[in-house]
Design a protein around this ligand. Structure first.
Ligand code: ASP
Length: 439
Protein backbone atom coordinates (compact mmCIF):
# COMPACT_ATOMS: atom_id res chain seq x y z
CA UNK A 1 0.00 0.00 0.00
CA UNK A 2 1.15 3.50 -0.76
CA UNK A 3 1.79 5.48 2.39
CA UNK A 4 1.89 9.18 3.13
CA UNK A 5 4.13 10.82 5.73
CA UNK A 6 2.38 13.69 7.53
CA UNK A 7 4.60 16.08 9.43
CA UNK A 8 2.82 18.50 11.75
CA UNK A 9 4.68 21.67 12.71
CA UNK A 10 4.65 23.52 16.04
CA UNK A 11 1.45 25.47 15.37
CA UNK A 12 -0.38 22.22 14.51
CA UNK A 13 0.39 20.75 17.95
CA UNK A 14 0.13 23.95 19.97
CA UNK A 15 -2.97 22.91 21.95
CA UNK A 16 -5.69 20.26 22.30
CA UNK A 17 -7.85 21.88 19.60
CA UNK A 18 -5.03 21.48 17.10
CA UNK A 19 -4.58 17.80 18.02
CA UNK A 20 -8.22 17.19 17.20
CA UNK A 21 -7.64 18.73 13.78
CA UNK A 22 -4.75 16.30 13.29
CA UNK A 23 -7.01 13.38 14.12
CA UNK A 24 -9.55 14.60 11.59
CA UNK A 25 -6.85 14.98 8.92
CA UNK A 26 -5.39 11.52 9.55
CA UNK A 27 -8.80 9.87 9.48
CA UNK A 28 -9.54 11.58 6.15
CA UNK A 29 -7.15 9.39 4.18
CA UNK A 30 -6.19 5.78 5.03
CA UNK A 31 -2.85 6.27 3.25
CA UNK A 32 -1.74 8.69 6.00
CA UNK A 33 0.18 6.13 8.03
CA UNK A 34 3.31 7.87 9.28
CA UNK A 35 3.06 10.95 11.49
CA UNK A 36 5.99 13.16 12.50
CA UNK A 37 5.56 15.95 15.02
CA UNK A 38 7.43 19.07 16.10
CA UNK A 39 7.33 20.43 19.62
CA UNK A 40 4.27 22.52 20.55
CA UNK A 41 4.68 26.01 19.13
CA UNK A 42 3.31 29.42 19.99
CA UNK A 43 -0.41 29.96 20.35
CA UNK A 44 0.08 33.72 19.99
CA UNK A 45 2.88 36.18 19.32
CA UNK A 46 3.64 36.68 23.02
CA UNK A 47 4.26 33.00 23.68
CA UNK A 48 7.52 31.08 23.36
CA UNK A 49 7.93 27.83 21.48
CA UNK A 50 8.53 24.90 23.83
CA UNK A 51 11.87 24.10 22.18
CA UNK A 52 13.10 27.57 23.15
CA UNK A 53 11.84 27.10 26.70
CA UNK A 54 13.72 23.80 26.91
CA UNK A 55 16.92 25.48 25.70
CA UNK A 56 16.48 28.29 28.25
CA UNK A 57 15.86 25.81 31.07
CA UNK A 58 18.96 23.88 30.09
CA UNK A 59 21.14 27.01 29.96
CA UNK A 60 19.99 28.04 33.43
CA UNK A 61 20.45 24.56 34.88
CA UNK A 62 23.92 24.34 33.39
CA UNK A 63 24.91 27.50 35.23
CA UNK A 64 23.29 26.16 38.42
CA UNK A 65 20.61 28.82 38.18
CA UNK A 66 16.94 28.47 38.96
CA UNK A 67 15.11 27.15 35.89
CA UNK A 68 11.69 26.86 37.50
CA UNK A 69 10.13 29.63 35.39
CA UNK A 70 10.58 28.11 31.93
CA UNK A 71 10.00 24.67 33.42
CA UNK A 72 6.63 25.75 34.82
CA UNK A 73 5.55 26.98 31.38
CA UNK A 74 6.67 23.69 29.78
CA UNK A 75 4.79 21.61 32.34
CA UNK A 76 1.67 23.75 32.18
CA UNK A 77 1.48 23.50 28.43
CA UNK A 78 1.91 19.73 28.26
CA UNK A 79 -0.55 19.15 31.08
CA UNK A 80 -3.08 21.48 29.45
CA UNK A 81 -2.80 19.47 26.24
CA UNK A 82 -3.14 16.05 27.90
CA UNK A 83 -6.07 17.21 30.03
CA UNK A 84 -7.71 18.82 27.00
CA UNK A 85 -7.43 15.51 25.17
CA UNK A 86 -8.48 13.46 28.22
CA UNK A 87 -5.59 11.06 27.88
CA UNK A 88 -3.62 9.42 30.69
CA UNK A 89 -0.04 10.02 29.47
CA UNK A 90 3.15 9.76 31.48
CA UNK A 91 4.24 13.28 30.53
CA UNK A 92 3.97 14.69 34.04
CA UNK A 93 6.13 11.91 35.53
CA UNK A 94 8.68 12.14 32.73
CA UNK A 95 9.02 15.90 33.22
CA UNK A 96 9.38 15.52 36.98
CA UNK A 97 12.08 12.92 36.55
CA UNK A 98 13.92 15.13 34.12
CA UNK A 99 13.64 18.17 36.37
CA UNK A 100 15.17 16.21 39.26
CA UNK A 101 17.95 15.05 36.98
CA UNK A 102 18.69 18.58 35.78
CA UNK A 103 18.90 19.79 39.37
CA UNK A 104 21.62 17.29 40.25
CA UNK A 105 25.01 18.90 39.75
CA UNK A 106 26.61 15.69 38.55
CA UNK A 107 23.86 14.70 36.16
CA UNK A 108 23.84 17.37 33.53
CA UNK A 109 21.75 16.44 30.54
CA UNK A 110 23.01 17.76 27.20
CA UNK A 111 21.34 20.74 25.53
CA UNK A 112 20.39 18.53 22.57
CA UNK A 113 18.76 15.98 24.83
CA UNK A 114 16.76 18.57 26.77
CA UNK A 115 15.65 20.41 23.61
CA UNK A 116 14.58 17.16 21.96
CA UNK A 117 12.05 16.45 24.74
CA UNK A 118 9.58 18.85 23.10
CA UNK A 119 9.26 16.50 20.12
CA UNK A 120 9.60 13.34 22.22
CA UNK A 121 6.76 14.16 24.62
CA UNK A 122 4.61 15.60 21.86
CA UNK A 123 4.98 12.37 19.85
CA UNK A 124 4.04 10.32 22.90
CA UNK A 125 0.88 12.38 23.40
CA UNK A 126 0.06 12.18 19.68
CA UNK A 127 0.48 8.41 19.56
CA UNK A 128 -1.75 7.95 22.58
CA UNK A 129 -4.40 10.28 21.23
CA UNK A 130 -4.40 8.70 17.77
CA UNK A 131 -4.07 5.13 19.06
CA UNK A 132 -0.86 4.83 17.04
CA UNK A 133 2.49 3.12 17.62
CA UNK A 134 5.20 5.41 19.05
CA UNK A 135 8.65 4.96 17.53
CA UNK A 136 11.51 6.86 19.14
CA UNK A 137 13.90 8.41 16.62
CA UNK A 138 16.87 8.19 18.99
CA UNK A 139 18.02 4.61 18.33
CA UNK A 140 17.02 4.61 14.66
CA UNK A 141 18.15 7.85 13.05
CA UNK A 142 21.91 8.02 13.22
CA UNK A 143 24.34 10.74 12.14
CA UNK A 144 27.84 10.00 10.90
CA UNK A 145 30.83 12.12 11.88
CA UNK A 146 29.91 14.67 9.16
CA UNK A 147 26.38 15.01 10.54
CA UNK A 148 24.86 13.14 7.63
CA UNK A 149 22.10 10.63 8.20
CA UNK A 150 23.56 7.18 7.57
CA UNK A 151 22.27 4.63 5.07
CA UNK A 152 21.90 2.29 8.02
CA UNK A 153 19.31 4.70 9.47
CA UNK A 154 17.23 4.46 6.32
CA UNK A 155 17.37 0.67 6.46
CA UNK A 156 16.45 0.75 10.17
CA UNK A 157 13.49 3.00 9.52
CA UNK A 158 12.24 0.84 6.68
CA UNK A 159 12.43 -2.27 8.86
CA UNK A 160 10.92 -0.64 11.95
CA UNK A 161 7.99 1.00 10.17
CA UNK A 162 7.28 -1.99 7.98
CA UNK A 163 3.66 -2.78 8.79
CA UNK A 164 1.58 -1.06 6.09
CA UNK A 165 -1.60 -1.30 8.17
CA UNK A 166 -0.22 0.35 11.32
CA UNK A 167 -0.27 4.05 12.11
CA UNK A 168 3.13 5.22 13.42
CA UNK A 169 4.13 8.40 15.24
CA UNK A 170 7.77 9.50 15.22
CA UNK A 171 9.20 12.58 16.99
CA UNK A 172 10.98 14.95 14.62
CA UNK A 173 14.22 16.91 15.09
CA UNK A 174 16.61 14.35 16.56
CA UNK A 175 18.55 11.10 16.33
CA UNK A 176 21.87 9.96 17.73
CA UNK A 177 25.55 10.12 16.83
CA UNK A 178 27.87 7.17 16.37
CA UNK A 179 28.86 7.38 20.04
CA UNK A 180 25.25 6.98 21.14
CA UNK A 181 24.67 10.60 22.21
CA UNK A 182 21.38 12.23 21.32
CA UNK A 183 21.85 14.80 18.54
CA UNK A 184 19.38 17.24 17.07
CA UNK A 185 19.16 18.47 13.52
CA UNK A 186 19.47 22.23 13.03
CA UNK A 187 16.46 24.31 14.05
CA UNK A 188 13.30 23.48 12.16
CA UNK A 189 14.72 19.99 11.67
CA UNK A 190 11.47 18.04 12.10
CA UNK A 191 10.92 18.78 8.41
CA UNK A 192 14.06 16.76 7.70
CA UNK A 193 12.87 13.83 9.84
CA UNK A 194 9.67 13.72 7.77
CA UNK A 195 11.61 13.77 4.50
CA UNK A 196 13.96 11.01 5.64
CA UNK A 197 11.01 8.84 6.63
CA UNK A 198 9.34 9.43 3.27
CA UNK A 199 12.55 8.36 1.55
CA UNK A 200 13.25 5.34 3.77
CA UNK A 201 9.71 3.97 3.50
CA UNK A 202 9.37 4.78 -0.23
CA UNK A 203 6.26 6.80 0.46
CA UNK A 204 3.87 8.12 -2.10
CA UNK A 205 3.84 11.63 -0.72
CA UNK A 206 5.27 13.83 2.04
CA UNK A 207 2.64 16.16 3.51
CA UNK A 208 4.02 19.02 5.53
CA UNK A 209 1.19 20.47 7.63
CA UNK A 210 1.61 24.02 8.83
CA UNK A 211 -0.44 27.19 9.41
CA UNK A 212 -0.41 28.58 5.87
CA UNK A 213 -2.04 27.20 2.73
CA UNK A 214 1.22 26.82 0.83
CA UNK A 215 3.57 29.24 -0.81
CA UNK A 216 2.67 32.54 -2.37
CA UNK A 217 4.26 34.01 -5.49
CA UNK A 218 5.69 36.88 -3.45
CA UNK A 219 5.91 37.98 0.17
CA UNK A 220 2.33 39.02 1.11
CA UNK A 221 3.70 41.80 3.33
CA UNK A 222 4.90 43.42 0.10
CA UNK A 223 2.39 42.20 -2.49
CA UNK A 224 -0.90 42.03 -0.59
CA UNK A 225 -2.79 40.07 -3.26
CA UNK A 226 0.06 37.62 -4.10
CA UNK A 227 -1.30 34.48 -5.77
CA UNK A 228 -0.74 31.04 -4.26
CA UNK A 229 1.72 28.74 -6.01
CA UNK A 230 0.05 25.42 -6.75
CA UNK A 231 3.16 23.64 -8.10
CA UNK A 232 6.84 24.38 -7.76
CA UNK A 233 9.74 22.15 -8.78
CA UNK A 234 12.50 20.97 -6.40
CA UNK A 235 14.92 23.23 -8.24
CA UNK A 236 12.68 26.28 -8.11
CA UNK A 237 12.01 25.86 -4.41
CA UNK A 238 15.75 25.72 -3.70
CA UNK A 239 16.21 29.04 -5.51
CA UNK A 240 13.20 30.63 -3.82
CA UNK A 241 14.10 29.33 -0.37
CA UNK A 242 17.68 30.51 -0.69
CA UNK A 243 16.40 33.93 -1.64
CA UNK A 244 14.17 34.23 1.39
CA UNK A 245 10.94 32.32 0.79
CA UNK A 246 10.57 30.56 4.09
CA UNK A 247 8.49 27.40 3.94
CA UNK A 248 10.32 24.31 4.98
CA UNK A 249 13.83 23.37 6.01
CA UNK A 250 16.05 23.41 2.91
CA UNK A 251 17.63 20.06 3.85
CA UNK A 252 14.26 18.37 3.56
CA UNK A 253 14.16 18.63 -0.23
CA UNK A 254 17.05 16.27 -1.10
CA UNK A 255 15.70 13.06 0.53
CA UNK A 256 12.41 13.47 -1.33
CA UNK A 257 14.03 14.55 -4.57
CA UNK A 258 16.23 11.44 -4.54
CA UNK A 259 13.13 9.31 -4.97
CA UNK A 260 10.86 11.77 -6.79
CA UNK A 261 8.51 11.93 -3.79
CA UNK A 262 6.31 15.00 -3.98
CA UNK A 263 6.06 17.30 -0.96
CA UNK A 264 2.77 19.01 -0.24
CA UNK A 265 2.55 22.07 1.99
CA UNK A 266 -0.88 21.98 3.64
CA UNK A 267 -2.75 24.05 6.19
CA UNK A 268 -3.91 22.22 9.35
CA UNK A 269 -6.43 24.99 9.96
CA UNK A 270 -7.87 24.75 6.47
CA UNK A 271 -7.22 21.20 5.24
CA UNK A 272 -9.34 21.44 2.10
CA UNK A 273 -7.17 24.24 0.66
CA UNK A 274 -5.11 22.79 -2.20
CA UNK A 275 -1.74 23.94 -0.80
CA UNK A 276 1.52 23.88 -2.75
CA UNK A 277 3.03 20.75 -4.28
CA UNK A 278 6.81 20.53 -4.64
CA UNK A 279 7.95 17.93 -7.14
CA UNK A 280 10.02 17.11 -10.21
CA UNK A 281 10.30 19.62 -13.04
CA UNK A 282 7.07 19.41 -15.01
CA UNK A 283 7.11 18.81 -18.75
CA UNK A 284 5.35 22.09 -19.41
CA UNK A 285 4.57 25.16 -17.34
CA UNK A 286 1.78 27.60 -17.82
CA UNK A 287 3.26 30.67 -16.11
CA UNK A 288 6.37 32.55 -17.15
CA UNK A 289 7.47 32.90 -13.54
CA UNK A 290 6.76 30.75 -10.50
CA UNK A 291 7.71 33.15 -7.75
CA UNK A 292 9.75 36.12 -6.57
CA UNK A 293 11.78 36.10 -3.36
CA UNK A 294 14.42 38.33 -1.90
CA UNK A 295 16.62 39.22 1.02
CA UNK A 296 18.21 42.37 2.37
CA UNK A 297 21.56 42.84 4.14
CA UNK A 298 24.08 42.17 1.44
CA UNK A 299 27.29 44.06 0.65
CA UNK A 300 29.20 44.27 -2.61
CA UNK A 301 32.97 44.44 -2.82
CA UNK A 302 33.92 46.25 -6.01
CA UNK A 303 37.47 45.75 -7.31
CA UNK A 304 38.85 47.52 -10.36
CA UNK A 305 42.21 46.85 -11.98
CA UNK A 306 43.28 47.55 -15.53
CA UNK A 307 44.09 44.45 -17.58
CA UNK A 308 42.39 42.30 -14.93
CA UNK A 309 41.12 39.91 -17.59
CA UNK A 310 44.72 39.00 -18.52
CA UNK A 311 45.77 38.28 -14.94
CA UNK A 312 45.42 34.55 -14.46
CA UNK A 313 44.01 33.48 -11.10
CA UNK A 314 42.75 36.96 -10.14
CA UNK A 315 39.27 35.75 -9.20
CA UNK A 316 40.54 32.69 -7.40
CA UNK A 317 42.92 34.76 -5.29
CA UNK A 318 40.21 37.25 -4.29
CA UNK A 319 37.87 34.44 -3.30
CA UNK A 320 40.70 32.74 -1.39
CA UNK A 321 41.18 35.93 0.66
CA UNK A 322 37.49 35.80 1.56
CA UNK A 323 37.72 32.10 2.34
CA UNK A 324 40.68 32.66 4.66
CA UNK A 325 38.72 35.34 6.50
CA UNK A 326 35.67 33.07 6.71
CA UNK A 327 33.40 35.11 4.43
CA UNK A 328 31.27 32.97 2.09
CA UNK A 329 30.32 34.66 -1.19
CA UNK A 330 26.94 34.72 -2.87
CA UNK A 331 27.51 36.02 -6.40
CA UNK A 332 30.38 37.36 -8.38
CA UNK A 333 29.40 39.28 -11.51
CA UNK A 334 32.46 40.52 -13.40
CA UNK A 335 33.43 43.10 -15.99
CA UNK A 336 36.55 43.11 -18.16
CA UNK A 337 38.60 45.12 -15.68
CA UNK A 338 36.39 44.82 -12.65
CA UNK A 339 35.14 42.18 -10.31
CA UNK A 340 32.24 42.38 -7.85
CA UNK A 341 31.75 39.99 -5.01
CA UNK A 342 28.40 40.04 -3.24
CA UNK A 343 28.53 38.77 0.34
CA UNK A 344 26.24 38.62 3.33
CA UNK A 345 26.89 41.83 5.29
CA UNK A 346 26.88 40.10 8.66
CA UNK A 347 29.89 37.99 7.63
CA UNK A 348 31.75 40.88 6.03
CA UNK A 349 31.29 43.47 8.77
CA UNK A 350 33.29 41.45 11.29
CA UNK A 351 36.39 41.48 9.08
CA UNK A 352 35.83 44.37 6.68
CA UNK A 353 39.12 46.14 7.39
CA UNK A 354 41.11 42.92 6.95
CA UNK A 355 39.33 42.12 3.67
CA UNK A 356 40.17 45.55 2.23
CA UNK A 357 43.77 45.41 3.45
CA UNK A 358 44.40 41.90 2.11
CA UNK A 359 42.86 42.58 -1.31
CA UNK A 360 44.88 45.77 -1.53
CA UNK A 361 48.11 44.01 -0.55
CA UNK A 362 47.75 40.86 -2.63
CA UNK A 363 45.84 42.08 -5.70
CA UNK A 364 47.10 45.69 -6.00
CA UNK A 365 43.86 46.99 -7.53
CA UNK A 366 43.39 50.50 -8.94
CA UNK A 367 40.24 50.87 -6.94
CA UNK A 368 38.43 48.95 -4.25
CA UNK A 369 35.17 49.92 -2.60
CA UNK A 370 32.46 48.34 -0.49
CA UNK A 371 28.79 49.12 -1.14
CA UNK A 372 26.44 48.25 1.69
CA UNK A 373 22.64 48.06 2.01
CA UNK A 374 22.11 45.90 -1.01
CA UNK A 375 19.07 43.66 -1.45
CA UNK A 376 19.01 40.66 -3.77
CA UNK A 377 15.80 39.69 -5.55
CA UNK A 378 15.37 36.39 -7.38
CA UNK A 379 12.74 35.95 -10.05
CA UNK A 380 12.36 32.20 -10.50
CA UNK A 381 10.57 29.96 -12.96
CA UNK A 382 11.07 27.17 -15.47
CA UNK A 383 8.69 29.14 -17.68
CA UNK A 384 11.46 31.67 -18.36
CA UNK A 385 13.74 29.12 -20.02
CA UNK A 386 14.33 30.05 -23.68
CA UNK A 387 11.65 32.73 -23.53
CA UNK A 388 13.06 35.64 -25.49
CA UNK A 389 12.32 39.01 -23.91
CA UNK A 390 11.91 37.88 -20.29
CA UNK A 391 14.88 39.87 -19.04
CA UNK A 392 13.84 42.87 -21.13
CA UNK A 393 10.38 42.81 -19.53
CA UNK A 394 11.89 42.61 -16.07
CA UNK A 395 14.34 45.46 -16.60
CA UNK A 396 11.75 47.66 -18.31
CA UNK A 397 9.38 47.18 -15.35
CA UNK A 398 12.11 48.26 -12.95
CA UNK A 399 13.15 51.21 -15.10
CA UNK A 400 9.54 52.43 -15.21
CA UNK A 401 9.58 52.53 -11.41
CA UNK A 402 12.92 54.29 -11.35
CA UNK A 403 14.72 51.41 -9.64
CA UNK A 404 18.47 51.49 -10.12
CA UNK A 405 19.97 48.04 -10.76
CA UNK A 406 23.25 47.49 -8.95
CA UNK A 407 23.80 43.84 -9.94
CA UNK A 408 22.39 41.51 -12.59
CA UNK A 409 22.98 37.77 -12.63
CA UNK A 410 21.36 35.11 -14.75
CA UNK A 411 22.60 31.55 -14.46
CA UNK A 412 22.88 29.45 -17.60
CA UNK A 413 19.99 27.30 -16.36
CA UNK A 414 17.81 30.36 -17.05
CA UNK A 415 15.39 29.48 -14.25
CA UNK A 416 16.55 32.35 -12.09
CA UNK A 417 17.34 36.01 -12.69
CA UNK A 418 18.90 37.68 -9.67
CA UNK A 419 19.11 41.42 -9.37
CA UNK A 420 20.68 43.56 -6.69
CA UNK A 421 19.05 46.87 -5.75
CA UNK A 422 19.45 49.43 -2.98
CA UNK A 423 17.56 48.26 0.08
CA UNK A 424 15.41 51.37 -0.12
CA UNK A 425 14.08 50.13 -3.48
CA UNK A 426 13.48 46.54 -2.36
CA UNK A 427 9.70 46.60 -1.90
CA UNK A 428 9.18 48.78 -4.96
CA UNK A 429 11.24 46.41 -7.12
CA UNK A 430 9.40 43.27 -5.98
CA UNK A 431 6.04 44.94 -6.59
CA UNK A 432 7.11 46.12 -10.05
CA UNK A 433 8.29 42.64 -11.09
CA UNK A 434 5.14 41.03 -9.73
CA UNK A 435 2.83 43.47 -11.53
CA UNK A 436 4.73 42.99 -14.79
CA UNK A 437 4.66 39.19 -14.79
CA UNK A 438 1.55 38.33 -12.82
CA UNK A 439 -0.64 41.39 -12.97
N1 ASP B 1 11.36 22.09 17.59
C1 ASP B 1 12.49 22.29 16.73
C2 ASP B 1 12.70 23.76 16.52
O1 ASP B 1 11.99 24.57 17.10
C3 ASP B 1 12.38 21.54 15.45
C4 ASP B 1 11.15 21.81 14.63
O2 ASP B 1 10.19 22.43 15.09
O3 ASP B 1 11.14 21.42 13.46
O4 ASP B 1 13.56 24.13 15.79
Amino acid sequence: MNRIVCKFGGSSVADAVQFRKIKYIISGNPERKIVVVSAPGKRNQQETKLTDLFYTAHDLAKSNLDFSQPWKLIKERFIEITEGLSIRSTVREELEEMEASMKKQNDKLSADFVASRGEYLCAKITSEFLGAKFIDAFPIIQFDSQYRVTQQSLDNLKATLSDPELLYVVPGFYGSDLQGNLKTFTRGGSDITGAILANACDCLLYENWTDVSGLLMADPRIVKDAHPISYVSYREIRELAYSGANVLHDESIAPCRAKDIAIKIKNTNSPSDPGTTIGPTPASVSRLITGIAGRKDFSMIYIEKSMMNKEKGFGRKVLAILEDLDVPYELSPCGIDSMNVVVDSKHLHKVEAEVLAEIDRKMQPNKIKIFNNLALIATVGHGMVSQIGTAAKLFAALAKENVNLRVIDQGSSEINIIIGVNEADYEKAITAIYREFVG
